[in-house]
Design a protein around this ligand. Structure first.
Ligand SMILES: [Zn+2]
Length: 234
């Protein structure tokens, strides 16, 4: 194997690590957003449950007021009924009182339904609140970990980038230029082995001449299909 190829393989290994670290760093804000979305989702669930319970409370209060109004009306009718001397008026008040009493009974049924719904909704609300509170602590921890992880990656990246220059020593400028271009355009795989006459970069069969060159040429050989730098892997 050409000494230059050996050096390129080491450099490529370093560059792949740098690329990997950069990709990891790029994912951090996405993960961060995901965690915050999780938190917001749970808070929204709890809010929804709370709004539901509140709406039931408001409806219950409204029904209580409505029933109270009707009871007052009945009391007024009863007073008026006692004061009248006319039989038809007495009867008419009686009809009205019955009518209001029936309505109150309906309202009370509805109040009962609402109270049952409230009883059912309260544990769900408590659970949603608990889930949101738990998530707050858990996600805060996860975000702290994530920030810690990002710091570590940044440090590793700085170190790796600072050390990179050392690994380019002994590689000619032309080859380094070619390698750098290939690394960028070929998915971080610029230097690849020929295995069973196949380029392991593009998985295409190469010509006999390419194999001969890779085996014995003192110069860098490229895959005629994908352009990657190839070396012979016996
Ligand atoms: Zn190829």
């Amino acid at each position: 194997m050409l000494p230059e190829i050996e050096k390129l393989l080491v450099l490529q290994d370093r560059d792949q690590r740098i690329a990997h670290l950069k990709a990891e760093l790029k994912r951090v804000p996405i993960e961060h957003k995901g965690l915050e979305a999780q938190l917001a989702g749970l808070a929204a669930e709890a809010d929804k449950a709370r709004t539901g319970v509140r709406a039931l409370e408001v409806e219950k209060k409204r029904l209580e007021n409505e029933a109270a109004g009707k009871r007052e009306q009945i009391a007024r009718f009863k007073t008026q009924q006692m004061q009248t001397r006319k039989n038809e008026e007495f009867q008419a008040f009686g009809v009205q009182i019955k009518h209001f009493e029936a309505e109150i009974s309906k309202i009370e049924d509805r109040e009962l339904e609402i109270m049952e719904a409230m009883e059912a909704a309260k544990p769900a609300l408590a659970q949603a609140d608990r889930a949101a509170a738990d998530a707050k602590d858990r996600v805060a921890g996860q975000i702290a970990n994530l920030e810690e992880k990002a710091k570590t990656i940044e440090e590793q990246l700085k170190t790796a980038e600072a050390a990179r220059g050392k690994f380019t020593e002994g590689i000619s400028e032309d080859v380094l230029y070619e390698y750098t271009g290939l690394f960028k355009t070929k998915g971080g795989l610029a230097v690849v082995a020929l295995e069973h006459e196949v380029c392991t970069g593009c998985h295409m069969k190469v010509t006999t001449q390419t194999i001969v060159n890779a085996k014995s040429s003192p110069r860098i050989t490229n895959c005629e299909q994908c352009g990657r730098i190839v070396y012979w892997q016996p």
